[in-house]
Write a protein that binds this ligand. Structure first.
Ligand SMILES: CSC[C@H]1O[C@@H](n2cnc3c(O)ncnc32)[C@H](O)[C@@H]1O
Ligand SMILES: [Zn+2]
Length: 441
């Protein structure tokens, strides 16, 4: 592949991808100035060469739809390696929340930039994010050229004053994102979890989501303890509580979903919820159970994949995650056929894109040009009997060569403009955050 002109990163240009494998055949893809796929065809399509401002020779690369990460806390990239090998509640209350209390908007901006770099490197073009100072996350996403659904993590612990401030933060994010007028960036409501948000808070979030037609992003049934406590406190299982509060819709993304029982899977299916499977985080925090993927799919839900934050994973590599998902499902449910490669691939392409409302997640005429080129001239892609099998099971992120989001080239020939400076700033910011916490005692 050649990168003769650095302006290839600018966006707003027509690009012709030649010599790529697209939908299983050797061919070309034309991307128009508006960032849409104009045409895909077999062969080199010499006719279109004269129209395109840039030509990228894929040198036999696989052209795949860009990947979607449906659950993360991007700026937690700054907390990578800060607290490992702990029980979830202890990890959150003793290490993570005390450090997060010192976060600033600048931290979230730098952490989200770093997260974008990491996600782009694994072929991710869109993500669903829950954290704090989300106007700063939005600024980073805007500059990095990715797509994201952003929510302020809403926690009230049943306290009315806290609820009022969370409502204000959510409303402020709504106005901010609306004002940005960037179709790649959307907001959602983000009730953190049934164990951290009151019924009133959950109901407010569901009503606001419906009124504004935005997504709702929540953690659901990650641990057995939270399920038991929900039944003790509310006399209901967590998914039933969410139904009662209006939180289950086809714009709901529910992270983890490990401990759902059959009836709760049916509920998520009935409302067309998108569960986000987070296998690395669940294994690391020893959640004890894998998301019931097959039950959710059969019930009509839209299972997708997320990495969770960098403190419980500890990276944002969706290709590593998808392999974990395909393996964990088989291991935990003792079935060698559950979550086959083609379904795992759907989770990170079409299902993920559907969950966030970012196009079909397929390479087809008229779709947003969200395209990733994966090198085939590397050991892990040799031989290439089945591109989808290799993407899920063998190739890994170091085979990702070029990433295009809405027609804008974000990475080309393994290069992301500005990466060195972003890593430097993120490292300084992370150490400064920990120093501020230590200084405060
Ligand atoms: C209020 S913003 C999001 C909030 O969630 C915390 N978090 C990160 N990972 C997890 C997890 O696996 N379960 C529950 N909560 C998690 C994060 O640290 C933020 O405080
Ligand atoms: Zn999470």
């Amino acid at each position: 592949m050649t990168n003769e002109d650095p302006d290839i990163f600018g966006g707003g240009s027509s690009v012709l991808l030649v010599n790529v494998i697209v939908n299983g055949k050797k061919g070309s893809i034309y991307i128009d100035e508006s960032g849409k796929i104009g045409e895909t065809c077999e062969g080199t399509n010499a006719g279109l060469k004269s129209e395109a401002e840039f030509i990228i020779d894929g040198n036999g690369a696989i052209a795949t739809p860009g990947f979607t990460n449906t659950h993360t806390h991007a700026a937690m990239s700054l907390l990578r390696g800060y607290a490992d090998d702990m029980h979830l509640q202890q990890w959150l209350s003793e290490k993570i929340w005390p450090l997060e209390a010192h976060l600033t908007g600048e931290d979230v901006y730098r952490g989200t930039e770093l997260a974008c770099i990491e996600m782009i490197r694994s072929g991710t073009i869109a993500f669903n994010d829950m954290y704090f100072f989300m106007d700063q996350a939005a600024k980073a996403v805007d500059e990095m050229g990715m797509k994201a659904v952003l929510c302020h993590g809403f926690i009230d612990f049943g306290d009315e004053a806290k609820r009022e401030s969370e409502i204000k933060a959510t409303e402020a994010l709504y106005s901010h994102v609306k004002g940005m007028n960037n179709p790649r960036i959307k907001m959602a409501t983000g009730p953190h979890a049934p164990y951290t948000v009151s019924r009133e808070g959950l109901t407010w979030c569901s009503e606001f989501s419906k009124e504004k037609d935005v997504h709702l992003h929540i953690h659901l049934s990650e641990t057995e303890t939270e399920v038991k406590e929900c039944i003790e406190q509310h006399g209901k299982k967590p998914a039933e509580l969410l139904e009662e509060c209006g939180c289950l819709t086809n714009k709901t993304i529910a992270a983890h979903c490990c401990w759902l029982d059959d009836a709760e899977c049916e509920l998520l299916g009935k409302y067309g919820v998108s569960p986000s499977h987070n296998p690395a985080s669940n294994m690391k925090l020893a959640g004890g159970r894998a998301m019931p993927y097959q039950k959710l799919l059969d019930a009509g839900a839209n299972p997708t994949l997320g990495t969770d934050g960098c403190s419980s994973n500890n990276n944002l590599d969706i290709l590593e995650e998808v392999k974990f998902a395909a393996l964990l499902q088989k291991f935990f449910w003792n079935s060698d056929t559950v979550l086959p490669a083609n379904e795992a691939y759907d989770m990170i392409t079409s299902a993920g894109a559907k969950a966030l409302g970012f196009g079909p997640g397929r390479i087809e005429k008229g779709a947003p040009a969200d395209i990733v080129l994966i090198r085939t001239d590397v050991a892990c892609n040799t031989p290439l009997y089945n591109p989808v099998s290799n993407i899920i099971y063998s190739c890994g992120s170091n085979a990702v060569d070029t990433v295009i989001c809405d027609g804008r080239v974000l990475m080309h020939e393994n290069t992301i403009p500005g990466e060195e400076e972003i890593l430097k700033k993120a490292s300084e910011t992370a150490f400064d955050l920990v120093r501020r916490k230590e200084d405060a005692g």
